[in-house]
Design a protein around this ligand. Sequence first.
Ligand SMILES: [Cu+2]
Length: 154
Amino acid sequence: MIKLHLSGLHKFFWLLVALALSASAYADDIQVEGAWARAVPGRDSANVFMFIASKQDATLVGASSPASKAVEMRTMEHKGSMMRTLSVESVKLPAGKRVDMTSIHGYHLALTGLSAPLKNEGTVPVTLEIETAGKRVNIDVQAEIRPAKKAMQQ
Ligand SMILES: [Cu+2]
């Protein structure tokens, strides 16, 4: 399994971010909270972060957006000091667990092949495909677009 190396402080920060955001969606006992996308000027891809909690065992099996050619589910593999971003086929959503998809060092989504770079305002729609109780559910999420950190623009 992937080992996350977020400090407690980071976790607390992202929890505050999640609480501050209104972007949330709820369907079929699945709650999506704190969805946001990081705008990076000039890039044709953008990371999207969120928390997902399901009351029943579920699996995130895909995602799509009208803003991009594809939406990849990604995680990061850590070996010693090496880090490598990987695409994954699915993300398990165990019953009652709030799955953290808020860091590039763990599970997150990536819009790839954006038709236009994200502006530093508004929201971008993302549809999650989730399998739960033998059926497939689509959940529409509006991810709040937030500017890239200044340090990352340099
Ligand atoms: Cu990492």
